[in-house]
Ligand binder design. Sequence first.
Ligand code: NAI
Ligand code: MG
Length: 359
Amino acid sequence: MEKNIAVIKGDGIGPEIVTEAMKVLDAVAKKYNHKFNYTEILMGGCSIDAYGVPLSDEALKIAKKSDSVLLGAIGGNTTTSPWYKLEPSLRPEAGLLKIRKELGLFANLRPAYLYDELKGACPLKEELTEGGFDMMIMRELTGGLYFGERSTEKEGDQMVAHDSMSYSESEIRRIAKRGFDIAMKRNKKVTSVDKANVLDTSRLWRKVVEEVAKEYPEVTLEHMLVDNCAMQLVRDPKQFDVILTENMFGDILSDEASMVTGSIGMLSSASLREDSFGMYEPSHGSAPDIAGQNIANPIATILSAAMMLRYSFDLDQEAKDVEDAIEKVLKEGYRTTDIMSEGKTLVGTREMGDLIVSH
Ligand code: NAI
Ligand code: MG
């Protein structure tokens, strides 16, 4: 298989961690006789320095023509970097918002996985996480409260603010389909999260999700109210496989789920649309505090590359090889600083990448 991947190393630790992910992709290509062609483009602070804009039209064109995008992270120290003295539309994050919009990415996937080897970092009691957990949160990215009309006006003697929330059947259907497709590649369970006891958008959400579920008879569907889901994530995280939810609920629940795993350097993410195209990146930022020191954990980015193999290129075995290699390296006791604990062997960014490649 031959694929064209647009690579955005970005700022801070971005170049270091993406380099390791590319090493792993190359190892996969070699083993299975695939060809991955990389085209590097600039986005974020490095693009501001080179071209005066966080994402050039030229770079966007290359991303659009590729089969998928691998992204490190963008941005600098938000109090000291000169990038943050620019107007908001010229700052590093504006590049990220623009590329998500221009590429039509409407579904954000964030796995929360607890490695047996890293259980010590999980803030939950051990009996709740016995055997680990492995869930995937799928958040709608382009609708709902964050994109509705808003206003603040004077009513009588006080100010009143309004934010409106809307979802169309087609917006719900396309993300629900993606969610069920992903459940088919996993443990075949979808928990659709809403607030259908109060909100009309949630009642429509539930109705459309049930319609879509009929096309996936092998997948078990359950509905859960968002407030209950927030509790269940810390009460019994093992019950979840795919959590399917709208924009704001997903924003909050995915952050909650990531904290339950306890290790930010280990969490991958993907943004998808209807076709196989996707943008894959770690959940964390550019960590300018540790950039250039060969101490960043590259695993979140390597796991994101594994998601690219599975969800964009349909290479399930290849993705599993990468995940298994990571698991083995952890079992052998190798750790970067952020996940280091007593009795383990400390390694740098490059060494961690090499170890994963060698497995
Ligand atoms: P951050 O995620 O970059 O860092 C938070 C803390 O976690 C820091 O102490 C950092 O050293 C540590 N950390 C993060 N990733 C790590 C890794 N792979 N290995 C070891 N330690 C790691 O979040 P922060 O500090 O709030 O933001 C820094 C910059 O990143 C800002 O400019 C922010 O806007 C940007 N950012 C970019 C994102 C993106 O490109 N998608 C997402 C989030 C933040
Ligand atoms: Mg958030």
